[in-house]
Design a protein around this ligand. Structure first.
Ligand code: SF4
Ligand code: SF4
Length: 425
């Protein structure tokens, strides 16, 4: 435990007293928010089509034009998606979850004409306080948002930096300024009755946009937005072509402390991806982020992914390459029950969860992202191109899920070796 304390001190020792206080207070507040019920988290991607072609898109979305805004899309029909929503409700009930938290994502969800209907149905089933939806802000109108915001808790609008960076990263179609579209929408939507309460700007960090984050926070605050979050960049989808831009553990600490500094003046509701905040909470505050009641309870399947053709995944990050072939089954036929598919999920989860979440240390810690940990290890063991091509089996993936997450302060080169006997079969 002494070496654990030393490593923690080394990592967080770069912070001055004031920064450390800000960080600790932020983590305490976030962990309190996240304690409580046993929640089944589901990411339901309703399409993988998008107008934009972001360089690091986690699902490698592409191929849409505005003309595709039609219900005749090649993915699941409205009826099938409504049926899947019912399956999620039934499965949560059967497996003893007290609540479902549903994230409707994509691709660009609002390319589907039936999005308002899907959102209303979701809110009827799970309660509007349990629904969030993402958009790139280039398709949906302010009027549509006004209607939608009555039925959701959060509308996430993506901005990845200031104008030049955002447009470079997002690769909009010729003639479209994606940054101006999204900021124009934010400016209008922030004036709506639920705007300040429900709009959230979220950013995917890379090594190139870290310095722009404080300026972007100032800008969106001036537009009237009061929520800001930083997502996690993961080596999946098109980010596999940008691996040199993946932020590392130190980068995330710089990002979060910079956000906290600027937020001293702004007073927004801010956070960084839960995989990072939970590790920091365990290391810095000694809090148990492995507890069964923490959201994304690691001891059970707690964050499912369902892709636009109905395939179900034990982790939403698996919906794109190199992991998309590891689905646990499909709901596409309208007959397979989600409750049964979850039995497979549970078996897999039991395979990769030893006493503590990863072999890096014994503290009660969420372990961050097990997929992030596994892909970093597989890259190290197999080489970058074999990892990116998905040249590994499900067995190897499950074994690698006990590695140390590269965003953990304890991650270092020698921790990339997986002990051969660590898995609990
Ligand atoms: S806007 Fe979102 S879904 Fe579309 S390409 Fe970018 S990251 Fe992917
Ligand atoms: S991610 Fe693993 S090594 Fe890091 S603090 Fe959590 S349990 Fe320990």
């Amino acid at each position: 435990m002494d070496s654990l304390k030393e490593a923690t001190q080394d990592f967080f020792g770069v912070l001055g007293d004031q920064q450390r206080n800000l960080l600790e207070n932020h983590l305490k507040q976030r962990m309190v928010q996240r304690q409580g019920e046993c929640v089944l988290q589901v990411v339901l991607d309703v399409t993988h089509a998008c107008l934009l072609s972001c360089r690091g898109c986690g699902v490698a979305a592409k191929g849409a034009t505005l003309k595709r805004k039609t219900q005749r899309n090649p993915e699941l029909s409205t009826d099938r998606l409504v049926w899947i929503l019912g399956e999620i409700r039934d499965a949560a009930h059967a497996w003893g979850y007290s609540r479902v938290s549903l994230h409707l994502g994509g691709g660009e969800p609002f390319l589907r004409k039936d999005m308002p209907e899907l959102i209303r149905t979701s809110a009827d089933l799970f309660g509007s306080e349990s629904i969030s939806v993402d958009t790139n802000g280039c398709t949906v109108s302010t009027d549509e948002l006004a209607e939608i915001m009555q039925h959701v808790q959060v509308v996430g609008i993506s901005l990845d930096g200031l104008e030049e960076y955002h447009n470079w990263w997002r690769q909009p179609p010729k003639g479209m300024n994606a940054f101006r579209k999204a900021t124009g929408l934010l400016s209008d939507a922030a004036q709506l009755p639920f705007g300040p309460e429900k709009l959230e700007v979220s950013l995917v960090p890379t090594k190139k946009n870290i310095a722009e984050i404080p300026g972007l926070m100032e800008l969106v605050y001036r537009l009237g937005v009061r929520k800001f979050s930083v997502h996690r960049a993961m080596p999946v989808g098109r980010f596999l072509d940008q691996l040199d831009l993946l932020p590392d553990a130190k980068d995330y600490l710089i990002i979060l402390t910079a956000m906290l500094n600027v937020n001293e003046r702004l007073g927004m509701a801010i956070h960084i991806h839960h995989s990072i905040e939970s590790i920091y909470s365990s290391l810095l505050l000694g809090l148990d982020s492995f507890a069964p009641t923490v959201i994304r309870n690691p001891e059970r399947f707690s964050s499912l992914g369902i892709d636009p053709i109905g395939r179900v995944y034990f982790d939403p990050w698996c919906m794109a390459r190199p992991l998309s072939r590891f689905d646990i089954g499909s709901l596409e036929d309208g007959k397979t029950r989600l409750t049964q598919l979850l039995e497979q999920t549970e078996k897999w989860h039991r395979r990769f969860i030893p006493e503590s979440r990863c072999f890096g240390c014994q503290i009660r810690c969420s372990g961050g992202s097990r997929i992030g940990a596994a892909l970093a290890l597989l890259e190290h063991q197999l080489g970058r191109s074999a990892m990116a091509r998905g040249n590994f089996t499900i067995e190897l993936l499950l074994d690698a899920m006990s590695a140390v997450d590269p965003v953990c302060p304890l991650y270092k080169a020698q921790s990339k070796t997986v002990p051969t006997n660590h898995t609990q079969h």
